[in-house]
Design a protein around this ligand. Structure first.
Ligand code: BES
Ligand code: MN
Ligand code: ZN
Length: 497
């Protein structure tokens, strides 16, 4: 796998590799690069005219070995669009585009950006986008085509900025954030024979190196505590279930923690209510919620977030052996409420119900947010553009909507209500685990709501956004690590000093 290394320096004429300069629709290529190469403006003007390059945001013009620009292999002119295009998200996207064009190469990026308010922030955002774009998951490929071997080589980007020290300061937390997103991606991409619950728990334990307290609950612990619903999901699998509790205490000792909970079904065959075989391999990604929680804890710990955050993940595998649960089984959950299990493929809510209740009772959090690849129905409703947001608290919902707009990891609020809640009443138990086809994402959320009491709570259904991601400027990975940036932002904007 190619690595990316990123630096921030003062401008110095490059001796080899590529030179990147920016041009907005409203500006000529200026700054140190233009001063160092008097021919630059004329060259860009000529090539831009021929290529009808107007400086649209994200547009790239490549000039191989330009005459007059000594020692430079290639000049890349990157469009910055108009002034209103130059938002934060746009810089991240530009960084992604750059990393895509420069994969396996060395480049100096002239990031002195005349007319831009905060060039240090802009450079750091570009670096974030580049780190996200450079991610690849190829550890199981033993053969490579020669052209892949080249473009997968190591990439070096040096951002030349007016205040490199400020850019390094802005970059430090973002580099931990990128590592957290890329860790979440790794977990989602790993095959299910490798990443079973005990192995997933070990990966979570690795966060101890960053100062995160990690506690692993094994099957005997789960039984003792009474997480029978979570255990019921795993009882048809040869792999034991686990719960991992991660705690980052970066806030004041007396500050109430916030809790993030993730669905970690390492493989979802559907169980006895087995899924059709077409596309079933995708169900290795049914632990994307848990992956996001681990990635988030990594990001928070790396940047020493001033907040007390609990990450709790329910890890299990939904399989159909002779010990598997049967439709019709009635389970007594940790909360004491009983569930008639009518469809073993609606397993995520059983896992989360127990973990949410446990977290609520044990840690009394200020709020809980859960992430889960919970329902196919959310894909029908929202596609892959938004995660479904369900909440019993308007402030928390508003904060998540705002964090979504700020990061581009957007969420769309969905309804909850009494009439939906009624749809999961059962003839034989307190509730059943599905409410039928209609409003499938809503009835799943209503189920979870019965396990959160009066704690402010939001549920993010990430079945659409958390796996099988369409390629974008900042992501070419099947598992996108969705939600790490969103929740890092939520914590940063609302729960730190
Ligand atoms: N893990 C699936 C949901 C899912 C579907 C995630 C597609 C990602 C992509 C979940 O456990 C499930 O099987 N849900 C059922 C619920 C139904 C049985 C009520 C579903 O969506 O069909
Ligand atoms: Mn399922
Ligand atoms: Zn599932």
């Amino acid at each position: 796998m190619g690595t990316i290394s990123i630096g921030f320096e003062d401008f110095a004429k490059p001796e080899n590799g590529d030179l990147v300069v920016f041009v907005g629709e409203d500006m000529a290529a200026g700054g140190a690069a233009a001063a160092a190469y008097p021919e630059l403006g004329e060259l860009i003007g000529r090539v831009a005219a021929t290529e009808r390059f107007k400086g649209k945001s994200g547009g790239v013009l490549a000039v191989p070995a330009p005459a007059g620009l000594d020692g430079i292999d290639r000049l890349l002119v990157v469009g910055l669009g108009s002034e209103s295009d130059r938002t934060k998200g746009e810089w991240m996207k530009l960084g992604g585009i750059l990393a895509g064009k420069l994969s396996g190469r060395t480049a100096l990026v002239a990031a002195d950006l005349p007319g831009v308010d905060d060039p240090a922030e802009a450079a750091a955002e570009m670096a974030l986008g580049a780190r996200l774009r450079a991610y690849t998951f190829d550890r199981y490929k033993t053969k490579k085509k020669p052209e892949e071997a080249e473009s997968d080589g190591d990439t070096t980007l040096v951002f030349a900025c007016p205040d490199p020290e400020a850019a390094r300061r802005a970059d430090a937390p973002r580099s931990g954030l990128a590592a957290g997103v890329n860790l979440a991606r790794d977990l989602v991409n790993e095959p299910p024979n490798v990443l079973f619950p005990a192995e997933f728990a070990r990966r979570a334990e690795a966060l101890r190196e960053l100062g995160v307290a990690v506690e692993i609950l094994e099957e005997a612990d789960l039984l003792r505590i009474g997480m029978r619903a979570l255990l019921a999901v795993g009882q048809g699998s040869g792999h034991g279930s686990r719960v991992a509790i991660m705690r980052w205490n970066g806030g004041a000792a007396e500050a109430q923690p916030v809790a993030i909970v993730g669905k970690g079904v390492c493989f979802d065959s559907g169980g006895i209510s087995i899924k059709p075989s077409g596309g079933m391999e995708d169900m290795k990604g049914d632990m994307a919620g848990a992956a996001t929680v681990v990635g988030l804890m990594h990001a928070l710990a790396s940047r020493k977030a001033k907040a007390n955050v609990i990450g709790a993940i329910g890890l299990t595998e939904n399989m159909p052996d002779g010990a598997a649960q049967r439709p019709g089984d009635i389970i007594t959950t940790l909360s004491g409420q009983t569930v008639e299990m009518v469809n073993s493929d609606a397993e995520g809510r059983l896992v989360l119900g127990d973990v949410l209740w446990h977290v609520k009772e044990t840690y009394r959090p200020a709020f809980m947010v859960d992430l889960a690849t919970l329902t196919g129905a959310i894909l029908v409703a929202l596609g892959q553009e938004h995660a479904g947001l369900f909440a019993n608290d308007d402030t928390l919902a508003e904060n998540l909507l705002a964090a979504g707009r700020a990061t581009g990891e957007t969420v769309w609020r969905m309804p909850l209500g009494k009439a939906y809640d009624k749809m999961i009443d059962s003839k034989f138990a307190d509730m059943k685990n599905t409410g039928g086809r209609h409003g499938g994402s809503v009835t799943a959320a209503q189920f979870l709501k019965r396990y959160v009491g009066d704690v402010p709570w939001a549920h993010l259904d990430i079945a659409g956004t958390g796996m099988n991601a369409p390629a974008s400027d900042i992501n070419t990975s099947w598992g996108p690590g969705w939600g790490v940036r969103l929740l890092d932002r939520l914590v940063r904007d609302h729960y730190e000093g």
